[in-house]
Write a protein that binds this ligand. Structure first.
Ligand SMILES: [Zn+2]
Length: 210
């Protein structure tokens, strides 16, 4: 039986690495698959991981119709046994529904990888639909850590190291790069808006005055 599996984790949890590993494993067993991504940090149409792996992918846009795309590939004789879908939080709910239909009606395995919540701790629409429809949800076991050492479960958006809580849901950035960046935090420090920089400043102040 084909399955729709949602692998979720925070930004630092190694999702893209696992996406590429999954593709490699299935390909090595002689199965035919396609890799999709949306707005990856490497730019258009690639899946890259922080460990240095980097492969070509099909870019998902607002116009992507997974059902139409895969139907047409199959009817032209191409084998498609599975899809690896990275950055799935950025897919629309309709696109997630198309993926579920591919599982049910074409027996295609779908491996979707994404973060669940945005920098305001709200579910991305694509992730919400995946949680609703997935046969299985796998929370990644590579644990990302907050600066305090606790398990980081939330993504914070920072500008120059300080946490911001307003703005567009999607602003592409990467952990630790650029003016707009992202930092993973434990819930306690997300709620208190304490990033690594804020914490360092606070402890510097305390040693100065304490
Ligand atoms: Zn913390």
């Amino acid at each position: 039986m084909a399955e729709l599996v949602f692998f979720s984790g925070t930004m630092d949890s190694g999702k893209s690495t696992l996406a590429l590993q999954t593709d490699h494993n299935y390909r090595a067993r002689g199965r035919a698959g396609l890799i999709f991504s949306r707005g990856d940090r490497a730019g258009q149409a690639r899946v890259s991981s922080r460990l240095g792996l980097d492969v070509a992918a099909h870019e998902v846009t607002d116009d992507t119709d997974f059902w139409a795309e895969i139907s047409s590939r199959r009817s032209s004789g191409e084998a498609v046994d599975y899809l690896v879908c990275d950055e799935a939080q950025f897919y629309s709910p309709e696109q997630v529904e198309q993926l579920a239909r591919l599982v049910d009606e074409m027996e295609i395995d779908i491996f979707a990888f994404g973060i669940t919540t945005d920098f305001r701790t709200r579910l991305f629409p694509g992730s919400a639909r995946l949680i609703e429809l997935a046969d299985r949800i796998d929370v990644l076991q590579v644990q990302s850590l907050c600066w305090c050492g606790a398990r980081a479960t939330l993504n914070a958006r920072t500008v120059d190291g300080l946490m911001v809580t307003e703005g567009e849901q999607v602003v592409i950035g990467d952990v630790g790069r650029g003016e707009v960046a992202y930092e993973v935090l434990c819930r306690r420090h997300h709620m208190r808006r304490m990033t690594a920089l804020t914490a360092r400043r606070r402890s510097a102040d305390e040693s100065l005055w304490g």
